[in-house]
Design a binder for this molecule. Structure first.
Ligand SMILES: [Fe+2]
Length: 552
């Protein structure tokens, strides 16, 4: 993006598609600040060198949960000070930031706002170019305000999503939106990030534009905003809490990771036998044509690291299978960016070497949308799975398909028959190939991946089932009148449960959320509040009992 238009302050925007993550560098008179650095910090050092800048300040807008930040390594390598919200409880040397604090270097002034909500310690940074005006012209909003969305409010342990959503409402209305409309907005994430629900693919905006278009700012009251944000929270990937903890103490430098060895096919086989997972990062077509049995497929091309964190977690031993060594090291860096450091080797010579060793490969047939349409008619036993998110499903889906969002698939196979054929699709074919590999690992014998996914299905003019109007009504209820909202915290079988209920028209709706995994357990409606709440709690209790039985 280069310099701020018309000003003397240097400004650069770094965007990492793999994690939909934005970081920033601002500089003036030889000094630079880096905001929300990614884990591999070479790019900032290089950028600073090119522009004759010395990085003296590193700022974290909050303890990120979706990636491991490079703040500590960057500070170690430059001598910079790290600034974090005072409520973070950070355990590395840092400057705790409070409302109204400022840093000035050269013609650049940074002012801090404490904006709890996405997390309790979240801060926003006002940027002023003193050559242009004494007032800030930009605000770096972290995950407090995105373009078209706001941060999810379920990432601070010790607070319910409802409490955090309330704080976020106050931060937005009492702090950010007290600023003039023309102030530019630069958030920490873009489209596809798991930190929001429907972030735009734009890279920056203005407060005025967000005020006019951001759905979350249309809520008519604080209560409605809380509802809007917490009613259909996307599931939180398991690695989020770990990453936030790593960031609280500061990750080890990337260079400290040991080099990963090339392994021959039999060594890989032995590692697999002791529980290691082969992670195949090649494009779906190559994976489909021939892969190592039991491998997990996550292609390097998409949001690779986020899916790896979600599907594999941070603990499993991983062996990489890729086209070449460049891709091996690219995969390794990207995995480290979410905190996966357990790569124990890669298959030297790739899948070809496996074949040369006389070991068998497996296939996942890749079929077109038209093939799927034909098979669905010809094979009554075919199970069609849609692994997109609920919101994508509700905008239209294939009649007869079953929704199994990819992040939940591994725990949601019980009602599928591994002996019957399966065809799996997503939006474009990326997530469905991951799903196909998970189904194969779970013992499903006949799995096909739909190339081009639902997009190809629609382009082929095949019939799309639209959501029923009642569902749509509930989805957009924020524009309807919700009354008598009530929230309670209840202990159920030793689990903390958040029970919310409200009246919408002449029905009462109740919802039970399990606070620690952040998952919705039950959603019910009835003609009285008591009935709706009783039903929700009974269903929640059943599910918790089931969970306890399984974990014994
Ligand atoms: Fe975040």
């Amino acid at each position: 993006m280069g310099n701020f238009p018309g000003g003397g302050v240097y400004f650069e925007h770094f965007y990492l598609s793999c994690l939909a993550h934005a970081s920033y560098m601002a500089g003036s008179e030889g000094v630079a600040v880096v905001i929300d650095p990614q884990r591999d910090v070479e790019i900032y050092l290089e950028e600073a060198r090119k522009n004759g800048l010395r990085i003296e300040h590193v700022i974290e807008t909050h303890l990120h949960a979706d990636f491991v930040s490079g703040h500590r390594e960057l500070a170690d390598r430059t001598g910079a000070r790290i600034y974090v919200g005072a409520r973070a409880g950070a355990t590395f040397p840092h400057v705790p930031v409070r409302e109204g604090d400022e840093i000035t270097f050269g013609r650049c002034r940074l002012g801090f706002l404490e904006t709890p909500g996405h997390t309790v310690e979240s801060i926003c940074i006002l940027v002023t170019d003193l050559d242009r005006s004494p007032d800030p012209f930009a605000v770096l909003t972290g995950d407090t305000l995105f373009i078209g969305d706001v941060g999810r409010p379920d990432l601070s342990p010790g607070h319910t999503p409802q409490e955090l959503a309330g704080l976020l409402y106050d931060s937005l209305h009492e702090k950010l939106f007290r600023l003039p409309d023309e102030v530019e907005v630069y958030p920490a994430h873009g489209a596809g990030s798991l930190c929001g629900k429907q972030i735009s693919s734009d890279r920056f905006s203005t407060l005025g534009r967000e005020r006019a278009t951001n759905y979350a700012l249309k809520a008519a009251s604080r209560d409605e905003f809380i509802h809007l944000l917490t009613d259909a929270l996307p599931e939180r990937p398991g690695y989020f809490m770990r990453d936030a903890e790593i960031n609280r103490s500061g990750a080890a430098p990337l260079a400290d990771l040991p080099p990963i060895p090339a392994l021959d096919a039999y060594e890989v086989l032995r590692l697999q036998e002791r529980g290691a997972v082969v992670l195949d990062t090649r494009p779906a077509a190559l994976f489909g044509a021939g892969h190592i049995p039991n491998s997990v497929h996550i292609a390097l091309s998409g949001q690779f690291a986020a899916w790896a964190g979600t599907i594999l977690g941070l603990e499993l031993e991983i062996v990489l299978a890729a086209e070449d060594e460049d891709r091996v090291s690219e995969a390794r860096t990207r995995l480290a960016r979410v905190g996966i450091e357990s790569v124990v080797g890669y298959l030297g010579g790739g899948v070809e070497a496996w074949k040369r060793a006389g070991l068998a490969l497996e296939q996942v047939p890749q079929i077109s949308a038209q093939d799927l349409a034909r098979l669905a008619v010809e094979q009554s036993e075919l199970q069609v799975l849609d692994v997109r998110r609920q919101a994508e499903w509700e905008e239209g889906h294939i009649e007869g398909a079953r929704l199994k969002p990819l992040n939940q698939l591994a725990r949601a196979m019980d009602d599928l028959d591994p002996h019957r054929p399966v065809a799996v699709h997503c939006k474009s074919g990326y997530r469905s190939s991951v799903a196909a590999s998970l189904l194969r690992r779970a013992g499903f014998r006949h799995v096909r991946n739909v190339v081009g996914g639902f997009d190809a299905w629609k382009s082929a003019g095949l019939p799309v089932s639209t959501p029923d109007p009642a569902r749509n009504y509930i989805r957009t209820w924020s524009r309807a009148k919700v009354e008598a909202y009530r929230e309670r915290r209840i202990e159920l079988r030793g689990w903390p449960v958040n029970l919310t209920s409200y009246r919408l028209g002449d029905r009462f709706h109740a919802k039970a959320d399990n606070i620690s995994p952040g998952a919705t357990l039950a959603r019910t409606s009835a003609s009285t509040r008591e009935e709706a709440e009783t039903l929700a709690l009974a269903r929640a209790e059943e599910l918790l009992a089931e969970t306890q039985r399984r974990s014994v």
